[in-house]
Design a protein around this ligand. Structure first.
Ligand SMILES: [Zn+2]
Length: 108
């Protein structure tokens, strides 16, 4: 089950384009989450409110109010994927650890 694509001001600020990315663990190759990447350019962080699946991660945006409530984003195998951060405009995110994951495009 996947969340709906978001079309909010952040989306519009990025030319109203997006791709859905599958983020996979580099160690065990398992898919960790699905992500709506707005606009063009590289993927440096994962905003909480763009995580589409699984439910356990996608629901963080509904319950987490501060960066202190977040823990490292980990794969089931224990590989660290992202570090909690607060980005501009108060957007909570995980800063991706380079080399810890691979990404691929999912169909729209
Ligand atoms: Zn893994």
């Amino acid at each position: 089950m996947m969340r709906e694509i978001k079309k909010d001001k952040y989306f519009r600020d990025r030319q109203s384009t997006y791709v859905i990315l599958g983020i996979c663990c580099v160690q065990c190759k398992k898919e960790v989450l699905l992500y709506q990447k707005d606009g063009r350019g590289g993927l440096k962080r994962l905003y909480l409110n763009r995580i589409l699946a699984p439910k356990t991660l996608a629901s963080l945006q509904d319950v987490v109010e501060s960066v202190k409530q977040l823990t490292l984003l980990k794969c089931e195998c224990g590989n660290n994927i992202g570090i909690p951060m607060l980005h501009r405009e108060g957007r909570l995110a995980f800063r991706l650890i380079s080399g810890s994951f691979t990404k691929h495009k999912e169909g729209k």
